[in-house]
Design a protein around this ligand. Structure first.
Ligand SMILES: NC(=O)c1ccc[n+]([C@@H]2O[C@H](COP(=O)([O-])OP(=O)(O)OC[C@H]3O[C@@H](n4cnc5c(N)ncnc54)[C@H](O)[C@@H]3O)[C@@H](O)[C@H]2O)c1
Length: 414
């Protein structure tokens, strides 16, 4: 417990969790008086390969909720995709007065639905709302049904989009963007192929570790905002992050190797949700800042760009976060006889081994990065100031430089 904690948390108002629990959604919506649903998803879920949307539609029909399905979602949604989705829904479903949106899919579809929850209610363009605190009012009610275990967008105040002009990631941010109802049904993740499982699973581990180690709530700069999205780590976020880290280490290898294992899928669904509860209050820092820079350069997936930096950022924090790092080491199986320093190193080495075991490169060279790109990665990472300001070592530049170098060479200090 940290004596001077300053806790500020904003969470969804209904959380439903459990295998098969998606069946509880339609009756809840009926009870709450909703009548017209926009379902936002992608073509995997409307294809013959998946019964998820078919079953959802049957459930909505049974409680007489009218619905329209938009299945144009795409990984890493762009600003343009959101704009086009808005126009298409307006045109094709002009006669429906939507009163809620149900997002079905991974973080990408949930982020697209978040943007639609604003534009369909207030008009305008997605660009109008990019940045912190730029929402014109409360968005349309949003229900999130994640089908991956990782992104955690179902809990966060952000919608992450790719700005196609620069290929960089931008965000709409505000606590009212957090979905009101969250349905985490681990059965929905059973069809995730190994690459999606790996990317999302390491994303969950990154959220947990990064928020476990981030700056304290006492030191977090809220910029005078009385309704901050992120506000630094506190006792509650650490409890959740710690359990999430333990669950990731225990269940990700099996979820990746045997996707049909419902126990591993449930473990990862809990890990993802707990990590999201932690980071969606505590916030993130260097791993995500550098990952955004790498994604801008290579267009590699979100989870993989986090994964390659995670061990090296942990290494850079080994001195200032030694006791916490050692606790992570024990969660990763370090014996109780290990001294704090050894357990801390075990945390870093074990994390990198896990990344490698799920098929993600453990050096920047594995992403095609050259020496020539390293300065750009550092400067673009530093440029994500909302994340960089929460890094426990300030000023961050020389540490970012060392992290990028180590990630390029694949070196963990002894
Ligand atoms: N808003 C936030 O706070 C936040 C946080 C973290 C990440 N993100 C964003 O989330 C995105 C990554 O999300 P993700 O890792 O969940 O992946 P994703 O949503 O990008 O989906 C990746 C692919 O997996 C497929 N897929 C998803 N669930 C499936 C299932 N059950 N079975 C078969 N295929 C399935 C999708 O159809 C898609 O093709 C990135 O765009 C990232 O920027 C947002």
């Amino acid at each position: 417990m940290l004596l001077n904690d300053k806790v500020f948390m904003a969470w969804p108002s209904r959380i439903i969790f459990g295998a098969g629990q998606r069946a509880a959604l339609a009756p809840l919506l009926k009870k709450q008086g909703y009548r017209n649903a926009l379902i936002v998803t992608d073509t995997f879920f409307t294809s013959a390969a998946s019964p998820i949307i078919r079953n959802l539609i049957e459930a909505l029909d049974a409680v007489e909720i009218r619905h329209f399905v938009f299945d144009g979602g795409h990984p890493d949604p762009t600003v343009l995709l959101c704009e086009n989705a808005y126009k298409l829904v307006r045109e094709k479903a002009a006669d429906i007065a939507f009163d809620h949106i149900i997002a079905v899919g991974g973080g990408s579809n949930i982020d697209l639905a978040k943007v639609l929850s604003v534009t369909l209610k207030y008009g305008g363009h997605p660009e109008d709302y990019i940045g912190e605190g730029r929402l014109p009012g409360k968005p349309m009610t949003l229900v999130a049904m994640p089908t991956t275990s990782g992104a955690g967008s179902e809990v966060t105040p952000g919608a992450i989009l790719v700005a196609q002009a620069s290929s960089t990631k931008v965000a709409l941010m505000g606590n009212d963007l957090r979905p009101s109802i969250v349905v985490v049904d681990p059965e929905l993740t059973l069809s995730c192929p190994p690459k999606v499982t790996a990317d999302a699973g390491i994303d969950a581990l990154t959220h947990a570790i990064e928020s476990y180690l981030t700056c304290d709530s006492t030191d977090f700069d809220r910029g005078g905002d009385p309704d901050p999205g992120y506000s630094g780590r506190n006792h509650i976020t650490q409890l959740m992050a710690g359990e999430s880290i333990r669950l990731c280490f225990e269940h990700l290898p099996t979820a990746y190797g045997n996707g049909a294992d419902l126990e591993a899928r449930t473990g990862m669904a809990y890990a993802s949700l707990l990590a999201a509860f932690s980071y969606a209050s505590a916030g993130l820092n260097a791993v995500h800042a550098l990952a955004y820079a790498l994604a801008g350069l290579t267009h590699a997936s979100h989870g993989s760009t986090n994964a390659v930096f995670l061990p090296y950022v942990m290494d850079s924090l080994r001195t200032v976060r030694r006791a916490d790092m050692a606790k992570i080491g024990h969660m990763a199986g370090a014996g109780t006889e290990m001294r704090e320093e050894q357990a801390a190193r075990h945390a870093i080495v074990h994390t990198r081994e896990l990344v490698e075991s799920v098929g993600i490169p453990i050096t920047l060279k594995g992403f095609g990065v050259t020496e020539h790109d390293l300065d750009t990665l550092v400067s673009h990472g530093l440029g994500v100031s909302r994340l960089t300001k929460a890094f426990p070592i300030q000023p961050a530049e020389s540490t970012y430089r060392a992290v990028v170098r180590s990630a390029f060479d694949g070196v963990i200090s002894s």
